[in-house]
Design a protein around this ligand. Structure first.
Ligand code: SAJ
Length: 435
């Protein structure tokens, strides 16, 4: 079917060409629409215009190359007029765990000069409740001719509507292209019409269902999804501490408990990382501090896991032993280091351990900046790291580590924080941190 029949939005601008914005821009461009991808980072823009990508995500490079070759996708550092704008910039938190909307406000202010009547603006960035309304307020603050009525949530310019909606991204890093197309979408409009306008654009490429609601509900839905997962992982992590204290194998325990038809415990690990699950629950806590003791406690449980692991390791090993730390990224088979619990373990170990620490990660090319100045840390190939070390600390469950020839672990003290070598470790009576 021609795109002409599907959406009236023919030219789409995507702001923020990261893990969500770039795949979204590439998919829309490959559907035949003109897409302007905007990013403040000139080197990202250059890479994309060469048909390459600055992030590792399955099949993304092929899709971006095809979109750029067809001339439907052009990246730029400067916003230009378009029919629809999709905002996918980061919404991090401050050191006080409060939402930091600076990038978002800057992105909105950067498009304000080119906004016209009948434009559609969709906020995809994960945001605290009330942010979609703030988008309208920011626009009207910088453009005198944009009016926003708080009474009925309608934004206009020269009596023509501007449609503003929130449709939170929900894609899992590592499966982004699949999930962008197949996942259901929640779309929250500032008004009902804003919601249906946004839905008409997503219909272009979303095969899942589109559920239209109001903006505040959509904002809290996204935060709730990530807080739910954080709480469930915290439960698994707490049980892993209990099992360690009582000398019970947590992996066997969870496997057996999960045989109950209504129990489905997630996996314990070194903690929770990433730019989403480790951050978003705080947005709920910030909005309703007195109502959220469970969400807050879950964050503490997960944030404290790296320290617990480090203590466990230090209590067991010789202070001069050579250690191999395997895996730096926050989860398997990606190249993302944000909020990585593996990095937290390494940084804390480095502060206390006297012997050499060898780091290896098949998805990372060199030592991250935060570790460069630490003298006893060296980055190397994982097989070299294992062969040169007495103690092996498995932090991220990358495919390469799962497929390792297990015999190279013989005679080593092994701390397997993800349980991937469990059967081998048990058989050989090797140490395991959560065993
Ligand atoms: N983890 C565990 N045990 C588990 C599952 C995960 O320790 O059983 C850890 C991972 O190792 C990682 C962290 O949790 O450190 C988060 O990983 P994840 O795979 O659970 O999630 P993310 O952060 O990669 O992506 C999440 C997803 N949200 C949900 O599953 C509810 C994704 O759908 C969102 O789009 C994404 O956050 C986001 O951008 O908000």
């Amino acid at each position: 079917m021609s795109t002409k029949n599907i959406t009236k939005y023919k030219k789409v601008s995507v702001l923020g060409l990261g893990y969500v914005g770039l795949p979204t821009a590439a998919i829309i461009a490959n559907k035949g629409l003109r897409v302007i991808g905007v990013d403040t980072n000139a080197s990202t823009v250059k890479t994309i215009n060469e048909g390459k990508t600055h992030i590792i995500e399955p099949d993304l490079e092929v899709l971006v190359r095809s979109a750029v070759n067809s001339k439907n996708l052009v990246a730029s550092t400067i916003p230009e007029p378009a029919d629809a704008f999709i905002i996918a910039v980061p919404t991090p938190f401050t050191t006080e765990k409060k939402p930091d909307l600076t990038f978002l406000q800057q992105a909105i202010e950067s498009i304000a000069p080119v906004i016209k009547g009948e434009n559609l603006i969709i906020l995809e960035s994960t945001s605290p409740v009330g942010t979609t309304q703030k988008v309208a307020e920011w626009l009207s603050n910088v453009r005198q001719d944009i009016e926003f009525s708080e009474l009925n949530n309608i934004a206009t310019i020269d009596s023509k509507n501007i449609y503003i909606a929130h449709s939170p991204e929900r894609v899992l890093p590592g499966r982004v292209l699949l999930e962008l197309v197949n996942n259901d979408r929640v779309i929250g409009g500032l008004t009902e019409q804003c919601g249906s306008e946004a839905e008409s654009l997503y219909r272009l490429f979303v095969k899942g269902n589109c559920h239209v609601t109001n903006a505040r509900t959509a904002e809290l839905v996204k935060l709730t999804e990530n807080a739910y997962r954080d709480t469930n992982i915290a439960f698994a992590n707490e049980i892993s501490l209990v099992c360690d204290k009582l000398d019970i194998d947590v992996w066997e325990l969870i496997k057996l408990a999960n045989r109950h038809p209504r129990v489905d415990i997630l996996k314990p690990g070194p903690g929770v990382g990433g730019h989403c699950i480790a951050v978003d629950p705080w947005f709920i806590v910030d909005s309703a501090p007195d109502e959220t003791p469970l969400i807050r406690a879950s964050r503490f449980v997960n944030d404290n896991k790296p320290t617990w692991i480090v203590q466990k390791i230090l209590n067991t090993i010789d202070e001069n032993a050579t250690l191999a730390c395997l895996g730096l990224t926050y989860k398997s088979d990606i190249d993302d280091l944000r909020e990585s619990p593996s990095m937290a373990v390494i940084e804390e170990l480095a502060k206390c351990h006297k012997g050499q620490i060898l780091l290896a990660d098949p998805n990372i090319e060199s030592l991250p900046d935060s570790l460069r100045k630490i003298l006893n840390i060296k980055f190397c190939d994982f097989e070299e790291a294992i062969s040169r070390s007495e103690v092996i600390i498995l932090l991220t469950d990358h495919r390469e580590f799962i497929e390792i020839n297990k015999s190279i672990l013989s005679n080593k003290t092994v701390f397997d924080t993800r349980g991937i070598w469990r059967s081998f470790l048990t058989r050989n009576n090797l140490e395991s941190v959560v065993d």
